[in-house]
Design a protein around this ligand. Structure first.
Ligand code: ZN
Length: 561
């Protein structure tokens, strides 16, 4: 049993005056140090402070998402959001100082040069001149989160939130599927003015910040915020084109086959999530049963996963049930001071529960395995690498899917592979859309909906919304929280999926070696940039010309298309 218990965790809110004083003391200690050992101590003191503040921020944001109606949680989140730019200012100041320091070589010898690449990106993406804008940005983001979390959708005599109602997308009865989608998108249609206004404010605000920092538009700033140090906008553009050329035609074939398997003339949007005339496999038990099954799975996987999962359960580091007022989505956050991650999800009884769970466990495992990284910048890699851990584990747990789906496990695996492939065109459409949006910050909400329709024609040519409200007018993107909350965080999933699919095909040939390479990748945390991490795990970078084509060929063989 760990001593740590999340339910007992109480962290005082830091005061800016006290944090500033601590920064000054650390800076003075660095300046007055006469030996490398003294500088090392000053640096480590700073790193411990950063871990403490990151832990506090993670807890505050997590509490708010667990109950968006709790007034105290909301107040603390607002306090945290207001403080954050000031903390960033202090951190950036220290980074600037260390980068210009004659003893910088000592840090390079200890941590490598990647640290300085990351800091350079941090410096480019921040200036005290945008502090107020950052607070305003966080406020708008929270408004979006709260708006969605507050939704109460009435359907067939029940009331659902957004996380819950999507389960009807997999319902066997076609009329039920369509009716549920009508309710879901009817909500977006009713909230459209507010959703448009929040995004319009965000786009203009972000564009303004970028200009204050000397960028032409927010795209450049967005890339720096994502710390993309080893690939460019042009690389991403080539990757999107490869998805369009290699995967979209396959997607059309898969969707056609799906329609015929469902006995339908044409596949409508409300049919897309149902892959099998027998109904999608669903986990054969409730939340507690799933936890038990997961225990068996993680023990079976080896590599210390069984003990790790038990630790998460015992320390109350998981929250998987959906409930009123809880914000949607699934994610993993972590508390660097303690070295523990936390898994958050919204179970709704579909196969997605198993997927989200294994996905977030991948993140959690990485956070745990790399917790001893010597500097907090290396605790996590950039997101496209993070998502290899999560999407990779989704595939590496395949042999244990019988635990959850019994005789339907094989069907589950086939659908998982199909969805992984079909995800790529959607993922790049979200990315491409944001490039259009931020290149044209003066566009009207109506024009943005047009941009999205163009994306659907390019990457999702099979999509037919019929007369569903809102989405038939180009409003689908408004459900995608990343577009509001984490600009340019989406291509990451497609890059990672391309890597995860490689892990899948390698594991089919040599499971133990592939899992060992995966664990080694997790342990590396963020000590290197994306392509270097991928290469070290024996993965081909998605930016290599033939990478995607090879992955698609392999999948076609397995799927028989
Ligand atoms: Zn993830």
């Amino acid at each position: 049993m760990p001593d740590f218990d999340f339910l007992q965790l109480q962290l005082a809110d830091p005061e800016i005056a006290q944090v500033t004083a601590e920064y000054q003391a650390i800076g003075a200690a660095w300046d007055s140090a006469t030996t490398s050992q003294q500088r090392r101590e000053a640096f480590d003191r700073w790193d411990a402070l950063r871990r403490r503040l990151e832990t506090w921020e993670a807890v505050v944001h997590l509490h708010f998402q667990q109950d968006t109606r709790n007034a105290d949680y909301r107040r603390r989140r607002e306090y945290c959001d207001a403080l954050r730019p000031q903390l960033t200012d202090l951190a950036v100041g220290m980074k600037r100082k260390l980068m210009a320091c004659p003893h910088r070589g000592e840090l390079e010898a200890r941590f490598g040069s990647h640290l300085f690449e990351l800091w350079k990106a941090d410096l480019l993406a921040f200036d005290p001149a945008i502090q107020d804008d950052l607070v305003r940005e966080a406020t708008l983001e929270a408004e979006y989160t709260e708006l969605l979390a507050a939704a109460k959708l009435s359907f067939q005599g029940g009331t659902y939130n957004h996380s819950e109602i999507v389960k009807f997308r997999e319902h066997l009865d076609r009329d039920t599927r369509q009716a549920a989608e009508r309710v879901r998108w009817g909500w977006y249609a009713a909230e459209a003015p507010r959703l448009d206004r929040i995004y319009d404010d965000l786009v203009k605000l972000r564009d303004g910040m970028a200009r204050k920092l000397g960028f032409r538009d927010f795209i450049g700033m967005g890339y720096q915020r994502m710390k993309r140090v080893d690939y460019t906008q042009a690389d991403v553009e080539r990757f999107r084109a490869a998805v369009r050329d290699e995967v979209v035609p396959l997607g059309l074939e898969l969707r056609r086959r799906q329609a015929s398997e469902l006995g339908l003339d044409r596949l409508k949007y409300w049919d897309e999530a149902l892959f099998d005339a027998q109904g999608n496999p669903a986990p054969q038990g409730d939340h507690d049963w799933m936890i038990q099954r997961a225990q068996t799975m993680f023990k079976g996987l080896g590599g210390g996963m069984g003990e790790f999962f038990q630790l998460l359960v015992d320390a109350h580091l998981i929250d998987l049930k959906s409930r009123e007022g809880k914000a949607g989505g699934g994610f993993c956050t972590s508390f660097p001071t303690y070295g523990f991650p936390f898994i958050y999800a919204n179970f709704n009884g579909t196969k997605g529960d198993v997927e989200v769970f294994t996905h977030e466990m991948g993140h959690a495992l990485q956070a745990y395995l790399s917790r001893e990284q010597p500097v907090s910048d290396y605790l996590f890699p950039t997101y496209e690498s993070c998502e290899i851990h999560s999407m990779g584990l989704e595939f590496l747990t395949w042999p244990w899917m019988d635990q959850f789906f019994g005789p339907d496990a094989e069907r589950f695996r086939r659908i998982h592979l199909l969805q992984a492939l079909l995800f790529l065109p959607y993922g790049v459409s979200v990315d491409h859309f944001q490039h259009l949006v931020y290149a044209n910050p003066g566009a009207t909400p109506q024009e943005r909906h047009e941009m999205w329709r163009e994306m659907e024609r390019t990457y999702l040519p099979w999509r037919e919304y019929g007369d569903l409200p809102h989405v038939s007018q180009g409003g689908f993107w408004q459900f995608q929280r990343h577009i509001y909350l984490s600009p340019f965080y989406y291509i990451d999933y497609t890059l990672a999926q391309t890597c995860a699919l490689q892990l899948w095909s390698r594991a089919e040939k040599d499971r133990p070696a592939t899992f060992a390479a995966f664990l080694a990748l997790c342990r590396r945390g963020g000590e290197a940039p994306f392509q270097e991490l991928a290469k070290s795990a024996g993965l081909v970078s998605p930016f290599e010309p033939n990478c995607l084509g090879d992955v698609v060929r392999q999948a076609r063989i397995t799927l028989g298309v």
